[in-house]
Design a protein around this ligand. Structure first.
Ligand code: ZN
Length: 596
């Protein structure tokens, strides 16, 4: 049994989905807020019976591997490694499968981990005293230093370099990670010097980057790791790994601006705070939070820059279909000093008094305008309408347009018109091809590359089997088209309008990839045959699982005759599996028609 199969047998989609979303039972399935798109009502469905997920909002679907690949941004072999490690599975890894990908990723991880050890040790040495005093002055406790693994970068050019060398880390990788810089002569040097170090962790707690605050008068007060193969800053939030359980528990998340805001709030018991990483909030970061809660509070500094950041934050969330709330921390204060003076109780009050994000936006633009000048009004109205028009959900957008018109006391007709709405975001999402298993992909590829196979395979494709495939919609369209076009796919055009976004994208993807499959007809037959067997086998497994649970029920209800009947049925399915794999190869003679 290969690694993939072993992992599949050990884990259910529920185990894996629970890493990322909060599942609520819904019939025999589970529902959650979708991790791939922002939403208020859950359309992300987890189906343990078929061991898959599917989102009815953005149409993403797949199995445990695709979920991990998407969420952790990993290749397939990396996703297998991730699952083995995360769930501590007793699986023997087939070495060659991903040695290359692994060693490259391992080298990044090793360099970061080595740097982290160095920075943490520095904080405790002689030179680190300076940094310890600084943290003590800011009231950061030792426990907090531990929780956030804070460190210190020595104020010289080669402290980390020496350490990484001694530790045997890959220096090229350290340069790629931005731990080291390289000058024109090719000499490498420490990039972080004389700085308090904030390790940036991935959602699952791996060290992926660092932030550093200068303790000297470097004009760059903060320095972050650059983008790297393992760090895409718009996808992560500072403190998220630590805050995640508290966000789950409280059902609320607080977005702040700085590292110290996150840390101090945490120390004062407000543990559901996170920060964007030194940039404007991104849609991906909104999604990340939205996977756990749609009650998101913006708690930014009480100065002009903070107000501007709040406006942009509200805009970003609204256009991603999340309505945020805005907490006021008082003129010229920041969350860090707010919680020191007012404590967690003060935070609670501010949460209760938080203003609706859209209201905040409206008020801001209305206060800014001078009512004596009608053109000011037009200007303010345009600014609000520009944001509202970006909201992709048509119902929500209409509602906000109405509220805007009311607030400005104008007729709805006088709002700047909506764009002919093919909204940018949902469009991009719907162009994502449907995610299907590799064998389904091969199956469709070969069918399209060598349609004559269709006449052979068609009688075997009963409803139940087709239904068990993710690409069933596409497959049905193909079956119909094949019979209408008298056994050739000559009228593909008609297919497009019968397929929805992700399915159409899948068809396109497959048509494109069939060009790269220079197999002859016989090889396509073999491929289709193998795929078909794997579908059949998968379906049989599902049936057997179902029967097993019915047997358990029968036993529990003390119904031995029913249990016996089910066991007989089960043994038939077990036999059927063998029968298929031995006795139903396709007759290839009839399938030699050549295709245009
Ligand atoms: Zn979705």
């Amino acid at each position: 049994m290969d690694t993939k199969e072993q992992i599949k047998r050990s884990l259910s989609i529920i185990d894996v989905a629970s890493l990322y979303v909060q599942l609520k039972p819904s019939g025999k399935n589970f529902k959650a807020l979708c991790p791939f798109h922002s939403e208020k009502t859950p359309s992300f469905s987890v189906m343990p019976e078929r061991n898959i997920f599917h989102c009815f909002g953005c149409h993403k679907s797949g199995d445990i591997f695709t979920l991990v690949q998407e969420m952790e941004n990993l290749s397939f072999p990396e996703a297998m490694d991730f699952l083995i490690e995360r769930f501590n599975l007793p699986v023997e890894r087939h070495r060659r499968e991903s040695d290359h990908a692994r060693s490259s990723l391992d080298a990044f991880a090793t360099a970061n981990e080595s740097a982290l050890r160095h920075f943490r040790a520095n904080l405790m040495d002689d030179e680190g005293k300076h940094a310890r005093n600084y943290l003590a002055e800011r009231g950061i406790s030792n426990t907090t230093i531990e929780v956030f693994a804070l460190g210190y970068a020595h104020n010289n050019w080669d402290s980390l370099l020496q350490h990484l060398r001694k530790d045997g880390a890959d220096l090229d990788k350290a340069v790629e990670l931005g731990l080291l810089g390289r000058n024109r002569e090719g000499r490498v040097y420490d990039r972080f010097r004389g700085r308090i170090i904030f390790p940036i962790l991935s959602e699952s707690g791996k060290i992926i980057a660092f932030g550093g605050r200068t303790l000297f008068d470097d004009p760059a007060k903060y320095l972050n790791s650059p983008e790297s193969p393992i760090f895409h800053k718009s996808r992560h939030l500072y403190g998220f790994h630590q805050a995640r359980p508290h966000i789950r528990e409280s059902g609320q998340a607080i977005l702040v601006e700085g590292y110290f805001d996150v840390i101090t709030l945490h120390q004062f018991g407000v543990r559901n705070a996170v920060a964007a990483l030194g940039t404007a909030l991104s849609g991906e970061q909104v999604h990340l939070l939205n996977r756990y809660t749609d009650e998101i509070y913006l708690f930014y500094d009480g100065d002009d820059a903070g107000t501007q950041a709040t406006l942009r934050g509200v805009e970003c969330m609204l256009t991603h279909n999340v309505s945020p709330r805005v907490m006021d921390c008082g003129k010229d204060r920041d969350p860090d000093d707010f919680v020191r003076s007012d404590g967690p109780h003060g935070i609670k009050e501010r949460i209760e008094a938080a203003e609706d994000g859209f209201r905040f936006l409206l008020n801001h633009f209305m206060e800014e305008m001078d009512p004596r000048h009608p053109e000011h009004k037009r200007n303010a109205l345009n600014q609000v309408a520009r944001i509202v028009n970006e909201i992709t959900d048509p119902i929500v957008r209409q509602e906000y347009r109405r509220r805007t018109a009311d607030a400005f006391q104008v007729d709805l007709r006088h709002l700047p018109p909506e764009h002919a709405h093919s909204p940018a975001v949902s469009n991009r999402e719907s162009r994502q091809p449907l995610l299907i298993s590799p064998s389904e992909k091969e199956f469709l590829q070969s069918l399209l590359a060598s349609p004559a196979i269709f006449s052979e395979v068609r009688p075997l494709l009963d409803d139940e089997l087709v239904n068990s495939l993710t690409s069933r919609g596409l497959l049905r369209q193909l079956m119909q088209r094949y019979s209408e076009a008298s056994r050739r796919f000559e009228q593909m055009d008609g297919i497009w309008k019968d397929l929805s976004g992700p399915e159409a994208a899948l068809l396109q993807e497959i048509l494109l990839s069939t060009r790269d499959v220079p197999l002859n007809h016989e090889s396509h037959c073999r491929r289709v045959e193998n795929c078909f067997l794997s579908f059949q086998e998968r379906l049989n497994k599902v049936r057997i699982r179902e029967i097993n649970s019915r047997i358990r029920v029968a036993e529990r209800d003390n119904n031995p005759s029913e249990a016996v009947r089910l066991m007989q049925q089960k043994s038939q399915y077990l036999k059927k599996k063998y029968k298929v794999s031995k006795e139903e190869p396709f007759d290839q003679k009839g399938a030699r028609e050549s295709i245009r």
